[in-house]
Design a binder for this molecule. Structure first.
Ligand SMILES: [Zn+2]
Length: 293
């Protein structure tokens, strides 16, 4: 083989590879694109899934199915949609298979959820003292709040601290009662040790979707406020001594909505702050970062 035929073969090979790569690129540009963050999620984190179909999918938004549960996406830009998927300490770490459906287009992708060791509390209950039971009224009102999926995104930017007190109990703490592990229990929020009467602020814009009082049967939650931030994101404020808002009010980030107290099933004054995504309690801490905007 002379030099020019070797060169011919070389050039031909380079051309073939170039064609193959551009074909691959063209296919991937055309296909349904899916991005999942954070890169290394752990139990309690909120997964963000951004879906970009290659063609408009109206009238219905894409949806994402994980473990036989289907979550909605909401538009964030022209032909770009986002879903927030909750993870909790009750789930097992490991692989999650996500099935994305956007009109005629579908795609499957997997996500690795890392383990996280949550602190453990050991609670001793004296015989015959099984703790205060929630009323049906408070359970159903709170369940209604958690089920909200208002399409509009009402918040803007990072969530603020709802109280200036120090954090006494982080999200996800597990419990033993009299030496027995409570399978279904985890601390569904963050506790702030603000003094009685210290202000509770809305951490982000939203609409007041729940105001409940001990006098109405909120025996365990105490005086409570629930804020709907839209797109399946709601927050709760428990054990309040004072409530400054009413249902339907639109609140702004930083606005005082009530005051810390010790109403409901508590041993002392504190604010319990919960953040729910698609009905599940997730760690609110990452939401103090603007990546969820
Ligand atoms: Zn708490």
């Amino acid at each position: 083989m002379n030099k020019s035929s070797t060169n011919y073969l070389k050039n031909n090979l380079v051309l073939t590879i170039a064609v193959a790569i551009s074909t691959l690129l063209a296919t991937s540009v055309k296909a349904l694109q899916v991005q999942v963050s954070p890169a290394k999620p752990r139990l309690g984190d909120t997964l963000t899934v951004v879906v970009t179909p290659d063609a408009p999918v109206a009238p219905s938004n894409p949806s994402i199915t994980v473990n036989e549960k289907t979550y909605p996406t909401f538009p964030i830009a022209p032909n770009k949609y986002r879903a927030f998927l909750p993870t909790t300490p009750l789930q097992k770490p490991g692989t999650r298979l996500l099935k994305i459906e956007a009109g005629e287009q579908t795609k499957q992708t997997s996500v690795q959820i890392g383990d996280r060791k949550f602190p453990v509390q050991r609670i001793r209950l004296s015989p015959g003292k099984a703790g205060l039971e929630a009323t049906q009224h408070e359970l159903s009102r709170v369940a209604e709040l958690k089920a909200l999926k208002t399409p509009q995104k009402l918040w803007n930017g990072a969530f603020l601290k709802p109280n200036k007190g120090r954090i006494t109990t982080i999200y996800g703490v597990r419990r033993y009662y009299n030496g027995k592990f409570a399978q279904d229990y985890y601390h569904r929020g963050v506790d702030y040790a603000g003094a009685t009467g210290s202000p509770v602020m809305a951490p982000a814009d939203g609409r007041i979707a729940l105001v409940g009082r001990v006098s109405q049967g909120f025996r365990v939650h105490g005086n409570i406020i629930g804020i709907d931030h839209g797109q399946g994101v709601v927050t709760t404020y428990l054990h309040l001594s004072r409530i400054n808002v009413k249902e339907g009010d639109v609140v702004r980030a930083g606005q005082v909505i009530g005051a810390v107290g010790s109403t409901g099933a508590v041993t002392g004054p504190h604010l319990h702050w919960g953040l729910y995504v698609q009905g599940e309690s997730v760690d609110p801490t990452p939401w103090r970062n603007s990546k969820f905007n």
